[in-house]
Write a protein that binds this ligand. Structure first.
Ligand code: ATP
Length: 430
């Protein structure tokens, strides 16, 4: 994990938040490469779950919502972690994080009685800070979907089964922090609420588990690093009928990447009850009215991004040196091509290289770099997962060809400038 954290800092993927002020616990900023990677993760998700499907639409609800939303959802009363203090080292930790009865900090075995701690972050809206102005920063994006269920139904005339997808920020006052971007106080979620007839819910649940597992795998995560964990009956939220977590083998152990739950008709019923608005679905053929069941694949953008980074990190021995290479998939690699002039003192080479860069960046993310010798430039690009290096040399001025080096195989080929763009596009879309 230290190697990944160091690479992320050194090469501009992830920085500690407010670093010049000493940082703020469990908050992080994405740097120039990190933001590209994260945007690619979100774009791949959106394409897979919205654009490539006929049964899904998107939504972008606000972070601030009416406080009654959280009463209806149960968050005000029960979005709690149970905390205990270790009597030996006085550290506070989550009761469910104690393994074998031992304090995770000092191994102590005596704890205070558990106390509930609500994870929602509070704020006040308007000029007066009193109970009436209290609002919460949403602890999940899901509720924005439920409260818009009728709006989406009325404006899109959807028939069951159909789903609504959303990507957005969520906030939790996490007590147990650490493990880098795995557990943050401000993070992004990618959530789907998929509405079905109750009798179809079990089948849809199974299908979503399979689809979501395949999504991670198709984007490059090795199968042996992914597993499913079905929640035991005692672990399930009171409204959930079933839930399976997709877990990834992070360097710090197997941990949840995404949860896929059958939430029954709990949420729509609760919001109907608390808002007084009828959120039932009416079947247009039978005229029957009922509350649909909901399957919820709920993932974190940051956890997914961390898993993609961890899985892509490779160290290889090449000609007596260690080559660090991020084998990110084509869709996720922040930069698809780097154009490198072999001699930066030769103006003709530089001009040609810059023109190639301009041309390629119309189609995919491309950078130009002439700040080191070619060997070092290759190593830099490998380390950040750039898919191709395009090198312009003296011969390029004569034969109008460039050397294209592929990241994973390090194979080099001379490609005619006229064909360069189509050659790279073909390779990237294969
Ligand atoms: P955990 O048990 O690890 O606290 P959770 O079961 O509370 O997670 P959910 O409420 O199911 O998490 O949230 C859905 C997804 O949102 C998680 O699978 C995870 O990817 C992401 N997520 C939740 N909390 C955080 C956090 N503090 N930091 C980063 N991502 C998070």
């Amino acid at each position: 994990m230290d190697k990944i954290v160091s690479l992320c800092k050194r090469r501009g993927f992830i920085f500690p938040s407010s670093e010049i002020y000493g940082g703020l616990a469990s908050t992080f900023d994405y740097g120039p490469l990190g933001v590209e990677l994260k945007r690619n993760v979100k774009a791949a998700w959106w394409k897979a779950v919205v654009h490539d499907r006929d049964d899904m639409v998107g939504l972008d609800a606000s972070i601030l919502m009416h406080p009654d939303v959280w009463k209806a959802s149960g968050h005000t009363d029960s979005f709690n972690d149970i905390l205990v203090d270790c009597k030996k080292c006085k550290n506070r930790c989550r009761e469910d994080h104690i393994v074998g009865g031992k304090c995770p900090h000092c191994g102590g075995k005596e704890f205070t009685k558990g106390r509930a701690f609500n994870l929602m972050l509070k704020t006040h809206l308007g000029a007066v800070e009193d109970g009436a102005s209290l609002a919460y920063l949403r602890p999940e994006t899901a509720q924005g979907i439920f409260v818009n269920f009728r709006n989406v139904m009325d404006t899109t005339s959807r028939k069951l089964p159909f789903g609504i997808a959303q990507i957005g920020k969520a906030f939790r006052n996490e007590v147990t922090t650490g493990n880098y971007t795995f557990r943050m106080r401000e993070f992004e979620q990618m959530e789907i609420e998929y509405f079905t007839k109750p009798e179809d819910a079990e089948g849809c649940h199974k299908q979503w588990i399979e689809d979501r597992l395949n999504w991670f795998h198709d984007l490059g995560i090795r199968k042996e690093n992914l597993r499913l964990r079905e929640h035991g009956k005692n672990e399930l939220a009171h409204y959930a009928k079933a839930c399976s977590d997709i877990e990834y083998q992070f360097p710090f152990g197997w941990s949840e990447l995404e949860g896929i739950a059958n939430r029954t008709d709990f949420d729509l019923k609760q919001h109907s009850k608390f808002s007084g608005k009828d959120l039932q679905y009416q079947d247009k053929v039978t005229n029957e009215r009922f509350f649909p069941y909901v399957i919820e694949p709920s993932g974190g953008v940051d956890r997914a991004t961390l898993a993609f980074l961890a899985d892509a990190y490779h160290e290889e021995e090449v000609e007596g040196r260690t080559r660090v290479v991020l084998k990110l998939s084509k869709q996720l690699a922040p930069t698809k091509a780097a154009v490198l002039p072999l001699l930066k003192k030769n103006n003709d080479i530089v001009v040609l290289a810059k023109n190639i860069k301009k041309d390629l960046e119309q189609c995919f993310t491309t950078v130009y770099d002439d700040t080191a010798a070619i060997g070092k430039l290759y190593r830099r690009q490998d380390e950040v997962g750039t898919f191709f290096c395009v090198t312009v040399d003296v011969d390029s001025l004569e034969d109008r060809k460039v050397t294209v080096r592929e990241r994973d195989t390090m194979e080099q080929q001379r490609i005619a400038l006229d064909h360069l763009k189509t050659y790279l596009i073909e390779k990237l879309s294969n």
